[in-house]
Design a protein around this ligand. Structure first.
Ligand code: 4AD
Ligand code: MG
Length: 462
């Protein structure tokens, strides 16, 4: 008999009265001497389906082995539920045990484990309701991203993970090599990269942007969606060493078009979650964050504030708040500053523009004032920076001068410069941190809880 997913059994009432087959993992079993109630979950939806077992019809040793965590196959009749809290249940005719889970050693015996404990059992964490919600929302957001750009005529471009250029210029890259680290070939005391796999030093990418620009300047609008890697040693609730980034890049867009795209993009993703994942959102709202759904609706329904960096600095200076990090024109804003602007001052998402050039990457379009660039960061409540982007410098001369000022080796970046030599065009783009988006959409407060296998300093177990 074909398996029915629990989501279909719960949501499709035309099946009532039918004999169906369901398979899943036992969340709980309770009951008395004559009847057992099994809450079964198969991951298709956060809700369990109740299996009603008339003990007179089943082997006692089989029933004993059906404990929390066990995997079973049930054939039975789908009926309207007598009990409270569920709409349908299954009266079991046959039960097959696929895999037991020893109650003495199964770590998810009890309900209500802390998210910190669950991180330590990353291999079993997907079996919890909370992480099931996170994984389903991750999928939904990934799907919505592709749908959004496809509908807008953007092309999905695959940019390389192994690269010779440091796109953000922050020097936080993981080296990639096949050399024997215990026996590194050297010439005059320096590593002889000519003997390495690619014949030169290469790293894992920190961003697909530079290659994405090559696509935008040919196809008009592209986006990337892939893993990026940063070896920054910041053990914070918002940083991962391996995270996913979505980077649209659009020819002929200026910074205003770029801001419009970013705002519309995020709003439509949040709207998608509200329209398609309400069961998961309601669970997370009830269990973790009572204001989650309200916050999501707020973002969808309100315009983002747009403000130059210089004005933001004035607001922070006039706030008379004692920040841990000093505020003055020229500093890179810390999360405490970003969150003050978003959560206390404006109480809305904020897009900050026109940052000092010295704290931003080399490729950003230089403003006429000589000291700022056409950068834009989107700041979100509870998160801080969720998007970073800019209009790009399209002038060959200005870009070359900036590359030289920052001592970026031209031999690594000549191909990027050539886009400004041949048919250069105004263009803009941004990067959305996928896990930062998920922090917002799930209401989780630690980025380790929105990615299946977090990579952070000193941690790559699962
Ligand atoms: O601001 P970032 O560094 O911008 C870029 O990489 C540009 N090349 C993007 C572009 O214009 N195409 O990173 C973009 C976003 C940040 O706003 C943040 O959401 C996320 O990526 N991000 C991280 N997320 C998790 N862990 C980290 N270590 C992150 N670093 C950046
Ligand atoms: Mg940034």
């Amino acid at each position: 008999m074909e398996r029915t997913k629990i989501i279909d059994a719960i949501k499709h009432y035309q099946e009532i009265g039918k004999t169906i087959s369901v398979k899943g993992w036992v969340r709980t079993k309770r009951g008395n001497n004559s009847v057992a109630f099994i809450a079964l979950n198969d991951g298709s939806i956060v809700h369990n389906i109740q299996i009603v077992v008339d003990l007179a019809n089943f082997d006692e040793t089989l029933i004993k082995q059906i404990t929390t965590g066990a995997c079973i196959h049930v054939i039975g009749k789908l009926v309207e539920s007598q009990g409270k809290g569920q709409s349908v249940e299954i009266q079991a005719f046959e039960i097959e045990l696929y895999g037991s889970a020893d109650p003495e050693s199964y770590p998810l015996q009890k309900k209500g484990h802390s998210v910190e404990f669950l991180r330590e059992i990353g291999h079993l964490r997907p079996r919890t309701n909370f992480f099931g919600c996170v994984l389903r929302l991750r999928h939904a957001m990934a799907f919505a991203i592709h749908q959004y750009f496809n509908d807008k005529g953007f092309f999905y471009m695959h940019t390389p993970l192994i690269t010779a250029s440091d796109a953000e210029g922050a020097g936080e890259m993981f080296n990639v090599t096949t050399m024997d680290l215990n026996n590194i070939p050297k010439i005059d005391g320096k590593v002889d990269y000519s003997q390495d796999f690619f014949g030169k030093p290469v790293s894992l990418t920190v961003s697909g942007q530079l290659e994405g620009e090559l696509g935008a300047l040919a196809l008009g609008g592209i986006y990337t969606c892939g893993p990026t890697f940063r070896a920054e040693n910041s053990n914070t609730p918002r940083h991962l060493a391996e995270f996913w980034m979505i980077e649209p890049e659009v020819a002929f867009n200026d910074i205003t078009d770029n801001m419009n795209l970013a705002e519309d993009f995020i709003k439509s993703l949040v709207k998608y979650a509200l329209e398609h994942n309400m069961d998961d959102l309601q669970f997370l709202n009830d269990m973790f964050d009572k204001e989650l759904i309200e916050r999501l609706n707020f973002v969808v329904n309100n315009d983002f504030i747009r403000l130059p960096y210089t004005e933001a600095i004035d607001i922070l200076l006039n706030s008379h708040v004692k920040f841990e990090y000093k505020v003055e024109w020229g500093v890179d804003l810390q999360s405490e500053h970003e969150r003050y602007l978003v959560e206390q001052h404006f109480k809305k998402p904020v897009i900050l523009t026109d940052y000092p050039k010295d704290i931003k990457a080399f490729y950003m379009k230089q403003n006429d004032d000589g000291r700022t660039v056409r950068a834009m960061d989107v700041l979100f409540p509870k998160i801080g920076e969720i998007i970073g982007g800019s209009e790009r410098e399209e002038s060959y001369e200005k870009l070359l001068r900036r590359i030289q000022e920052l001592h970026i080796p031209e031999k690594d970046i000549w191909w990027y410069l050539e886009t400004r030599k041949f048919g250069s065009a105004p263009h803009s783009g941004f990067g959305l941190g996928f896990e930062r988006l998920l922090l917002f959409v799930t209401g989780m407060t630690n980025i380790r809880d929105v990615i299946p296998f977090p990579r952070t300093p000193q941690n790559a177990e699962f």
